[in-house]
Design a binder for this molecule. Structure first.
Ligand SMILES: C[S@@+](CC[C@H](N)C(=O)[O-])C[C@H]1O[C@@H](n2cnc3c(N)ncnc32)[C@H](O)[C@@H]1O
Length: 246
């Protein structure tokens, strides 16, 4: 994965790579965040089995090649093995991977690798026709609040299905944990209209009350933080955000 992340996007489209913050996340950091989230779920939110509890919905909104998704599934597997669930553990892991451990990614190449990684993880109980990992090709910053289904994309019906599946997660699923390594780019321009005034709340009163004229609140990292914070604070009402910040 490490090698995929550096040479491939650099060769394929270096400007896009910088624009979308396509950087690999070291496995030690991924593991640390996942363990920390698991423990916080148990110790502070009273979820006895942590990430392995079937009620815990997890989202990595910028999952790249799926490092966090795979690490969460691995944590679940270890918990289930510890409970001596035998063959049922593999079925439970597959259920988690196809429903509640969700990844969003905007670039097709890492998206495909993320699917492949989850497939490898589920070798014991392979996905069959009609099943898929809960990793969706979508813009994680849009589609959370608007009620419209979006315009048709002639000739790309699969993309329309993908958009609709991602939208169901954004609007209807009780996401409790948002974790990942969001892109950062202070020069990404203002948050566009289709993000629905994502960071406007953070700017309220800055100039009038505090005289602050310069800020980096349109940085992609802040936009991803707002997506997570809004989902937890205004959606689920409780939960955990674990991000690498810039
Ligand atoms: C720092 S990388 C994450 C790497 C990942 N944790 C891994 O180790 O493979 C950030 C990812 O966010 C994706 N991304 C950037 N903007 C996005 C958006 N609006 N919606 C979804 N994904 C986005 C990039 O394509 C990139 O794969």
């Amino acid at each position: 994965m490490q090698y995929f992340y550096k040479p491939f996007p650099e060769y394929f489209d270096p400007a896009l790579r910088r624009q979308l913050g396509v950087w690999y996340t070291p496995p030690e950091i991924v593991r640390y965040q996942v363990e920390r989230v698991d423990r916080t779920l148990r110790d502070e939110l009273g979820v006895a089995d942590g990430l392995a509890d079937p009620s815990v919905w997890v989202l990595d909104p910028c999952c790249g090649t799926g490092s966090y998704v795979v690490a969460v599934l691995d944590r679940i597997r270890r918990t289930l093995d510890g409970k001596g669930m035998g063959d049922l553990a593999a079925e439970e892991l597959k259920r988690a991977a196809t429903t509640r451990i969700v990844g969003f990614e905007i670039m097709t190449a890492p998206f495909v690798i993320a699917h492949w990684q989850v497939g490898e993880m589920l070798k014991g109980t392979p996905l069959v026709e009609g099943e898929r990992a809960a990793i969706y090709l979508t813009n994680a910053l849009t589609g959370w609040t608007d009620s419209e289904a979006g315009p048709p994309i002639p000739g790309y019906e699969a993309l329309v299905e993908e958009r609709s599946a991602a939208r169901t997660v954004k609007r209807d699923r009780p996401i409790l944990v948002v974790l990942g390594n969001p892109p950062y780019n202070a020069y990404a321009g203002l948050s566009p209209d289709d993000e629905g005034g994502l960071v406007e709340l953070y700017k309220e009163g800055l100039q009038a009350r505090w005289g602050v004229r310069k800020f980096n609140l349109d940085d992609l990292n802040v936009r991803f933080f707002r997506v997570a914070e809004r989902r937890i604070a205004e959606g689920t009402g409780r939960g955990i955000v674990s991000y690498i910040s810039n």
